[in-house]
Write a protein that binds this ligand. Structure first.
Ligand SMILES: *Cc1c(COP(=O)(O)O)cnc(C)c1O
Length: 395
């Protein structure tokens, strides 16, 4: 037998020995406050289903209705076989929701980044990137061939220093930042970043994956949160988190959107979102535009959970969003904590190196509008029990 793939077995063994092997749990239910995880009912503290839209009756109904008319798949790329009016409707609605002039959808937030970054900068140019940016920004940046210069996390002073030293060396430059950083739940200082990009004539791109449906009036996102309408050149979003479906979106300057229709490679060479996805996202916009109820509930749930955790003596880190890190220190403790929580009927994942720095392992609790107060109380009780048992809080 050939041994040309034997290195993979070796690498997999190394991952297991280092405690870095990913074991993926199997879900036997729809997303919601409670899940069936590996056959067991558990409270869901893991998903990005911020507003509970992933199994919302209005979205399901819209998906079913659209399938009656349009079927399932788009059957080819839009630039060759034409585009369904449904996709255009979603793009118009997304642009209106965000208060910008144009938007274009992609198969995912990940592909939106892979499409956008190489379309805007190339090998002679520079990308100035927050050191904690998402993997899809890093990959899109590499694909562009541009020089990648990192600045210290959310540090506008350091961003300014980089631009002072390097801006003149490149014809085009683009600053890219996550809007909300998913591991700590902190928000990029986009208003100050915008000021700096103005001074140095650089393109500004924000990836608002965790801010969409969460920040701003009725979930309109980070640009709305800071009142920067029309000022941010490129806003990337995902339809897989708060929107509860799947897909990616680029919103902002209409010239950028038009350029992506001509030069965004995942637009030109990969098929579009499917019919039920698109229809469900339009329905998600209906829900969001009719009322801020779900967004308000998300935030009140998050405030309640965080303050009760802090009262018990847990360190919930630097988050200013519904993402609630519970800081534990070393990875083995975080892993044990997660296992014990699961025994208590709570599904919450531990996150360790290399996703977060060494010594900063944590349980990340994702709060949702799908949770009711008794659900949160169940989760709090489990944290109290396990926290005392493992000596994290005073018993
Ligand atoms: C989740 C996430 C993505 C990827 O979004 P998908 O739609 O799931 O591909 C991209 N960027 C950031 C910052 C994210 O958090």
């Amino acid at each position: 037998m050939s041994t040309k793939l034997a290195w993979i077995d070796e690498e997999l063994k190394n991952l297991k020995e280092a405690g870095l092997y990913n074991t993926i749990r199997t879900l036997g239910s729809a997303q919601g406050a409670w899940l069936v995880v590996d056959g067991k009912r558990a409270l869901n503290f893991c998903s990005n289903n911020y507003l509970g839209l992933a199994n919302h009756p209005r979205l399901l109904q819209a998906a079913r209705q659209a399938m009656e008319k349009y079927g399932l798949g788009p059957a080819a790329v839009r630039s060759i076989a034409g585009t369904m009016d449904l996709h255009l409707e979603l793009e118009e609605r997304l642009a209106r929701f965000k208060g910008v002039q144009g938007s274009i959808t992609f198969q995912s937030g990940f592909t939106a980044n892979l499409a956008t970054i190489p379309a805007l900068v190339g090998k002679d140019d520079a990308i100035i990137s927050d050191e904690l940016n998402h993997a899809s920004i890093i990959d899109g940046s590499r694909l562009s061939g541009a020089k990648i210069i990192r600045y210290a996390h959310c540090d506008v002073g350091d961003l300014r220093r980089v631009l002072q030293e390097q801006r003149a060396n490149y014809p085009r430059a683009m600053v890219i930042t996550d809007g909300v950083f998913s591991m700590d739940g902190d928000i990029a200082p986009l208003d100050q970043i915008y000021q700096v990009t103005q001074e140095f004539e650089v393109i500004l791109m924000v990836d608002d994956a965790h801010g969409e449906g969460v920040l701003g009036h009725g979930g309109r996102g980070i640009v709305d949160h800071f009142g920067l309408h029309g000022k941010v050149d490129v806003e990337i979003g995902t339809l897989s988190k708060a929107f509860g479906v799947v897909g990616g979106v680029v919103a902002g300057n209409p010239v950028v959107v038009e350029w992506l229709r001509q030069r965004g490679r995942p637009f030109l060479f990969s098929s579009a979102m499917t019919v039920p996805d698109v229809a469900a996202c339009v329905a998600a916009l209906d829900v969001l535009e009719e009322s801020t109820e779900l967004v308000d509930k998300l935030w009140s749930n998050a405030r309640y959970f965080k303050s009760e955790m802090q009262k018990m003596g847990f360190d919930t880190g630097l988050s200013s969003t519904p993402i609630t890190p519970v800081m534990l220190g070393e990875a083995p403790l975080a892993q044990e904590f997660s296992r014990e929580l699961f025994e208590q009927g709570v599904f919450a994942m531990s996150i360790g190196f290399p996703t977060v720095p060494r010594g900063k392992a944590r349980i990340r609790v994702m709060i949702s509008a799908a949770h009711e107060t008794p659900d949160l109380d169940h989760g709090l009780q489990a944290f109290r029990t396990v926290g005392k048992k493992l000596g994290v809080i005073a018993g």
